[in-house]
Write a protein that binds this ligand. Structure first.
Ligand SMILES: Cc1cc2nc3c(=O)[nH]c(=O)nc-3n(C[C@H](O)[C@H](O)[C@H](O)COP(=O)(O)O)c2cc1C
Length: 416
């Protein structure tokens, strides 16, 4: 399947090189670890760029295979170094929508417009919490045999406040085609609470009325919007439409469906917990290296167990959430709060940011059955995220105790 998707990639020389370096016929030996892929950096090699573009191409190509529906790809603004290459790969596969949250995606409309015409572009990259910026250069010419112009996907910014809607709408350079307005019960990362002292004694982010988006102001902006976070029931969809939304974005019901990337063991355990009314989902203020609150499902054998988290040997080998910082010597380094604490401190990272930080890169790979094998024989452990509004999932587990398909979730949502 992967090979057939790659056979549609425009640059077949790049594909040959990727397969030569990484493809293992019939899958790798379970006793061997996965090889390292190139890390995200400001000046990546040609091969690293081609691999990132091709991998995003494959993801979208496979999602579009076998139907005529529309496909959107959801990216994290926080992983800035990957954005141009990922957008390009997705556009080569004909992605219909790009959705970007976890940050302020003000540069994305300009990036998309340049890529449509195959023009090289620059993107400003944040340097930690400082006001400094670095520049990432990206040239679509790293991929050969592309016919321009590419068709332009619609771009929706995922935000949690009307203030961000007015900020992004101010300038045509930053204005998206619409918005996904995400409430803080949503799965994955959430916007930080607005109030001061908003972390409780258990390290959970605590939200208040002030964190609810003002839909009146958002409607008045004239931009189309969709609602997300706790909209996974037929009643909530109806309410969203009545509030002026074009529709809703739902994650949790599909993350728990049979087709989801989550491994079967994880889904089975979550469904059993859900069925017995015991499932606990919290908003962990310190788990994500991004500094954003992150929804965590408390189930066995995952990093939600503090003992298992403390037993893990910290290692940063995937590095997607690393951010650049300026070394005292003047050069650029990269650091992540989830890397070994002494290394992070040596790089002048703030210890407090590191203490609870979990390696989401390795944990999310483990979630989908691709846990890395460590030299001492241990496998990296999962850390699972879903939303904290479980109404839709509770309805579905009553009908389908052994799990539901994405189609069954859709039938439930639209009342078929
Ligand atoms: C497993 C999972 C992973 C997610 N990953 C992302 C992500 O990478 N980027 C993002 O913008 N949203 C992400 N989300 C949020 C969804 O896009 C969606 O907005 C949210 O799940 C909607 O709320 P719900 O969980 O109540 O359905 C994720 C959600 C889940 C459940």
């Amino acid at each position: 399947m992967l090979n057939s998707a790659l056979s549609y990639f425009p640059d077949q020389d790049a594909v040959t090189e990727i397969l030569k370096r990484f493809y293992v016929e019939n899958g790798k030996d379970k006793k061997r670890p996965y090889d390292d892929v190139p890390k995200l950096i400001l000046k990546p090699t040609l091969f690293a760029q081609q691999m990132l573009i091709a991998s995003t191409f494959v993801e979208v190509w496979l999602a579009k295979e076998g139907h005529s529906g529309q496909v959107g790809m959801n990216l994290l603004e926080k992983i800035q170094l990957a954005i141009p290459a990922q957008i390009f790969g997705a556009m080569l596969a004909g992605v219909d929508y790009l959705l970007i949250g976890a940050g302020i995606p003000a540069q994305v409309p300009r990036v998309i417009n340049s890529i449509v015409n195959g023009q090289s572009l620059t993107m400003k990259i944040d340097v930690g919490d400082t006001n400094d910026k670095l520049v990432l250069n990206f040239n679509p010419a790293v991929i050969n045999n592309v016919t321009y112009p590419l068709s332009r996907p619609r771009f929706l910014a995922i935000v949690s406040s009307h203030a961000l809607v007015s900020y992004l709408n101010k300038d045509v350079e930053t204005k998206p085609d619409g918005y996904v307005i995400e409430y803080h019960v949503a799965g994955g990362h959430n916007a930080p609470p607005r109030g001061k002292n908003s972390t409780n004694a258990f390290g959970e982010a605590v939200y208040s009325e002030a964190d609810l988006p003002n839909l009146e102001k958002i409607r008045a902006s004239g931009s189309p919007f969709w609602l997300a976070g706790g909209f996974g029931t037929p009643e909530k969809i109806k309410a969203a439409i009545e509030l002026g939304a074009q529709g809703v974005q739902i994650g949790t019901l599909f993350a728990l469906s049979n087709e989801s990337g989550f491994s079967k063991e994880i889904r089975t355990e979550i469904l059993a917990s859900l069925d017995s009314g015991q499932l606990r989902v919290t908003t962990d203020a310190g788990a994500s290296p991004t500094g954003f609150p992150f929804k965590v499902v408390h189930i066995d054998s995952t990093l939600s167990d503090i003992n298992l988290f403390n037993q893990r040997t910290r290692k940063c080998d995937l590095g997607y959430l690393r951010t650049p910082f300026k070394r005292e010597s003047g050069g650029i380094g990269y650091r992540c709060p989830a890397e070994p604490i002494d290394t992070f401190e040596f790089k002048k990272g703030v210890t407090e940011d590191a203490i609870h930080a979990k390696c989401l890169c390795n944990a999310l790979m483990a979630d989908i059955g691709l846990a890395q094998l460590r030299p001492d024989g241990r496998l990296e452990l999962p850390l699972v995220t879903i939303g904290s509004d479980l109404d839709g999932a509770m309805d579905l587990v009553k009908i389908y105790a052994d799990g539901w398909s994405a189609q069954e979730a859709l039938n439930y949502l639209i009342g078929v």
